[in-house]
Design a protein around this ligand. Sequence first.
Ligand SMILES: N[C@@H](CCC(=O)N[C@@H](CS)C(=O)NCC(=O)O)C(=O)O
Length: 311
Amino acid sequence: MGASDQDFILHHYDTSPYSEKVRLAFGIKNISWYSVQIPNIMPRPDLMPLTGGYRKTPVLQIGADIYCDTQIILREIERRVPEPALLPASVAGAAPAMALWTDRSFFQASVALIFGTIGDAVPAEFKKDREQLSGAPFNTDAMKQAVPMMKDQWRAQAGWLDAQLSDGKPFLFGDAATLADLHGYMNIWFLRSALPDAAEAILSEYEYVSSWEGRLKSIGHGTRTELGSAEALTIGSNAAPSPPEIRDANDPNGRVPGDKVVVMADDYGKDPIAGTLVSSSDQHITILRQDKRAGEIAVHFPKTGFFIVPG
Ligand SMILES: N[C@@H](CCC(=O)N[C@@H](CS)C(=O)NCC(=O)O)C(=O)O
C-alpha cells in the first residue's frame, strides 16, 4: 500500500539536526511515516510548490497541509497522536520555550564549531547555498578562529542539560521523554554525528547527558518508509486542505480570515510565502495558497520565529 493523504510525510535529509527532533518524535510515539529525502541544498523543485517558497528543513506534509518549522510540526504530531504525550501540562510552556534557546544560541554554537572545524572540506556549492540562506559570507577563516570560543559556548550549554539531569531522572523533566528532550537532544546529536571526537572530548565530562543521550537514541524513529518527491507532490495536489477557519479574537494586529498576508522567517531563509489567512491564534498562522503544480495548499507556521506582514 502506498502513502495516502492521511499519512505523515517528512521532507528531510539524514544529516539534518532539526529533522532528528521529528524523527525521534515519531519514535517516541511509535508512528509509521513516509520519508522524502531532499537534497541538503537548493533547488528542491518538487517541494517548493508545496511550501510556497519556504526552504528550511524539515517540512511535514499531510495531504495538502504543509507544516513549516519544527515548532509547529511537533505540535501537529502531538495533536494527531496525543499519546505518549510530548507536552504534558508540567512542561506545556517550558518545553516550547526551550526551542528558542536550543534552536538559536545552542544551534549557532554547534554550526560555528562544526563548520569552523571542517569548513575547508565543505563543497563550494554548499557554501554558496548557505550564503544565500543566511545573506552573509560563509567565512571559513572567521569560523576557524571562532572555534575555541564556540567550544566554551557549546560546553556551557551542554552543561545545563547535565545539571537538569543531575538528580538522576531519566529525562529532562521526569520519567518520560517530552518535547524538552527533543529540543535538548538536537545539538548533542548534531555535534556527535558531525564531529564525534570533539563531541566526546566535551561530553565525557557530562555523565548524565551521555546516558540520557543513549536512552533517547535507543528509542529509534518509528517505522520509516521511503517515498519519492514526485509522489509526495502528487499526493498534495490530489488532496484538498481543510483547515477550519479560526479567527483570533485577540490578534493585536486585527487580522481576520480572508486577509492577504506574507509570512517569512525572522532569522535566515527569509523567503516570503504569500497567501490568504484562514486560521490563526497566539501560536500559529495558517495560510491558503494556490500553486499551479500543487493546487490548493494550506501552509502552517508557528508565530515565534516568523514575521507576518500584509500581502
Ligand atoms: N526554525 C527551523 C529551523 C530549521 C533549520 O534551520 N534547518 C536547517 C537544516 S537542519 C536548514 O534549513 N538548513 C538549510 C536547508 O536545509 O535548506 C525549524 O525549527 O524547523
